[in-house]
Design a protein around this ligand. Structure first.
Ligand SMILES: Cc1cc2nc3c(=O)[nH]c(=O)nc-3n(C[C@H](O)[C@H](O)[C@H](O)COP(=O)(O)OP(=O)(O)OC[C@H]3O[C@@H](n4cnc5c(N)ncnc54)[C@H](O)[C@@H]3O)c2cc1C
Length: 395
């Protein structure tokens, strides 16, 4: 591939940069993306209001959506340039799962009434969504899910439980899958619904992760009535709609830039503090080699994500290539967190604004553990690479 922008792409990059400098920079909270986790949680949601308004004003809240639905209709390469520039300038993502997952799914599979009801509210940022797919017994093998939906008059009645539901405590709506035909083969008895989180019978119970954060939840459904108009697509064909949503989840680009910036921050810190005891690079020569390894790996991650983008731009659907990128980037995330803690030594255990590097590595050491589980575990990615990439037999 050609790594340089062509004339049109260079002009678009300049347009994005100018917009960031002139309009967006003053709206980005101090600390930017790294300190805000992801833009879908309440604290972040409020703090990012200014960024959302500016982006909405420019028509850039949903860069990938077609223009007729209020998106920016950008090409894959333009989206990549935008993500790259936003990441370089630490502008956090603001659209959440509404923009990245359910919106695009409704554009493909929703009926006119559903698009009318939901797309505008997603674009204006009024409504936050969560994803109700995983259950206690169904994660990697998602098609085995057991939450039931039974038709009763104009409604479906839902009973069961979801787990690991990120942001459910703040979400207004959930997109979810439930079993509507228990006698059909497992992939063929599932339907896809949109559920108002205020419906009677919905209970959200936050789960605390290793880093003492409440980012995900258990969600229980007890005789929850969902109007039949909230069924997306055909009854019992929900699995195929769910896989569309997952394709949108996995096609996110731009994390490679975030990885490199994080590393740049660590190298800068290590250089500036070498003599003062809060960086062990002065005492442990091997750490410098470790930082160089991470730097090379971060560049490999960037090239891998370029490969995925190039394929998408050529109209191809990356499959094992996307799995390779996800696997490598998520494991690299963990290695960088480990290196960060090693550079800081005992200070690496401290958390909070007064800690060296604001305790970022204490936090990422623990939260990065989840990166090889969320969005498909490393073992599942390796299975995909082995079977679809290398053509190895399944058993
Ligand atoms: C931070 C975070 C946020 C999440 N947010 C959401 C969300 O918002 N909504 C949502 O629906 N879900 C969410 N999830 C759930 C996530 O999708 C699942 O955790 C993931 O798909 C793995 O499923 P599981 O936890 O049931 O593990 P399992 O599928 O039970 O896996 C357990 C272990 O067995 C291995 N394994 C399983 N099958 C195979 C196989 N065939 N071959 C080899 N090894 C295998 C796995 O790799 C893993 O090591 C989130 C998870 C995390 C960590």
């Amino acid at each position: 591939m050609d790594f340089k922008d062509n004339t049109e792409e260079a002009a678009f990059r300049t347009e994005v940069r100018d917009f960031i400098n002139n309009e967006l920079r003053k709206e980005v909270p101090e600390g930017g993306a790294e300190d805000l986790e992801r833009g879908m949680y309440r604290g972040a949601f409020e703090r990012l209001k200014g960024v959302r308004q500016k982006l909405a004003g420019r028509g850039w809240i949903a860069p990938a959506w077609p223009k007729e639905y209020g998106g920016a209709g950008l090409s894959v390469k333009q989206q990549f340039i935008m993500n790259e520039e936003f990441a370089e300038n630490r502008v956090p993502p603001v659209g959440g799962m509404g923009v990245s997952m359910i919106g695009p799914t409704l554009i493909v599979h929703g009926n006119e009434a559903q698009k009318q009801e939901h797309l505008g509210r997603i674009l204006s940022g009024e409504v936050q969504w969560c994803q109700g797919f995983s259950e206690p017994g169904s994660g990697s093998d998602l098609a085995s899910l057991q939450t039931r939906a039974v038709r009763d008059g104009d409604d479906f009645v839902i009973n069961g439980q979801k787990i690991w539901t990120s942001g459910a405590q703040y979400a207004h709506w959930m997109f979810m899958m439930a079993r509507t035909d228990p006698d059909a083969p497992k992939h063929k008895g599932i339907s896809y619904f949109m559920l108002d989180m205020k419906s009677p019978g919905v209970t959200v119970r936050p789960l605390t992760n290793l880093a003492n954060q409440n980012m995900f939840n258990e969600v229980f459904f007890e005789d929850v009535r969902v109007p039949a108009k909230n069924l997306v697509g055909e009854l019992n064909r929900g699995w195929y709609i769910g896989t569309t949503t997952l394709d949108f989840e996995r096609s996110s680009i731009g994390s490679a830039v975030g990885i490199r910036l994080q590393l740049d921050g660590l190298v800068k810190y290590a250089k500036e503090h070498e003599g003062d005891g809060t960086s062990r690079t002065g005492q442990l020569e091997s750490l410098k080699g470790e930082l160089v390894d991470r730097y090379i790996e971060a560049n490999v991650a960037r090239l891998m994500s370029y490969r995925v983008v190039t394929m998408q731009a050529a109209g191809m659907i990356p499959n094992h290539e996307a799995s390779m990128t996800k696997l490598f980037a998520s494991e690299l995330n963990q290695r960088i967190a480990r290196t960060g803690v090693r550079v800081l030594g005992l200070y690496g255990q401290l958390y909070g604004d007064d800690a060296p590097m604001k305790g970022r590595y204490e936090s990422s050491y623990m939260t990065s553990l989840a990166s090889t589980i969320a969005g498909g575990t490393s073992e599942i990615q390796r299975n995909i690479i082995a079977t679809r990439g290398l053509g190895l037999p399944r058993d």
